[in-house]
Design a binder for this molecule. Sequence first.
Ligand code: UT7
Length: 337
Amino acid sequence: MNNTLRLSEIAGVGHYVPNRVVTNADLTGLMDTTDEWIQERTGIRERRWFEEGKDTTANMGANAARKALEMAGLTPDDVQLIVFATLSPDYFFPGSGVLLQRELGIQAPIPAFDVRNQCSGFVYALSMADQFIKTGMYDTVLVVGSEIHSSGLDISTRGRAVSVIFGDGAGAVVLRPSTRAEHGILSTHLHSQGEHAEELIVKEPGSNRNNRVEYVVANELDMYPYMNGQNVFKHAVVRFPQVIKEALDQNGYQPQDLDMLIPHQANLRITQYVQQKMGLPESKIFSNIQRYGNTTAASVPIALSEAVQEGRIKRGDLVCLAAFGSGFTWASALIKW
Ligand code: UT7
């Protein structure tokens, strides 16, 4: 790492979730499941599902972005770059970044691009934004994570192992050059291991067949997410502590120096395992999966936004963001707030 480059800081953070609350009891009307099973295995009590005609991946991201910009004392016209993390874009192409630009009414032809890295998408996007600030290329970068899962889930008993987990929502941060010495994003750490690509996957519509439209019509089940849950769980509980420790080691910190750990909200059991493994008290690890389920690329910025709103992160705190998910990909960011 080149320490002479300037640091970036999170100048604003915000989130948006759809109004529609879907409880575990609601799901029992759609599939053979129980509130007890879902809570015991995942900690989830309810999640949000989007409203067709009202919420879109891009406009939920824009709602979160407006709050982040307001907190930063900026307007959409101040944004110089948009980085949009999602696995559920509005369109197959173009990406949701340009749609967000339109939603926010940004007339200037600023760059906008999508990051497709599933549960670790937001931390990857944050890392990319950080590089643009570090090198001096841009001063104001909007980083967004937004997802609509509910329209693509198999909500019959066949899909229950996956469908009870995912929820919809959006979060955003504004990155700016740090105004305080040694404060801001200290380092980011990105990893992937493509040998596990098919362990958590939505296969279709894939491009690698002669007529993908015909194929999808005949094989619509492959449009639903598949997860080898137990294997994903096994890797998650190894990679989370590893990538958090990597961030702490690089900056000369110990786990007890952490003031707040914001993990991707994959499963409350995974979070509790990580907490134990890192020797952290419950007060230093943020969980809101109980209310939102797993919102993949949106989960870290939603959790960060709530933690800030609740006053659980204050100036000077050492904060770690960490994520693991499909790919497999995993990542962390260590921040002196
Ligand atoms: O965000 C990206 C990363 N994702 C993750 O980290 C997720 C990691 N994996 C997990 O969190 C867990 O594997 C799950 C929560 C997804 C599943 O928990 P599990 O303890 O691994 O359950 P399982 O899939 O092994 O299923 C156990 C049993 C099965 O029944 P039998 O075969 O034992 O009779 C399932 O059919 O539970 C059954 N089952 C359900 N029962 C009621 C699966 N889903 C449900 C359900 N309700 N929704």
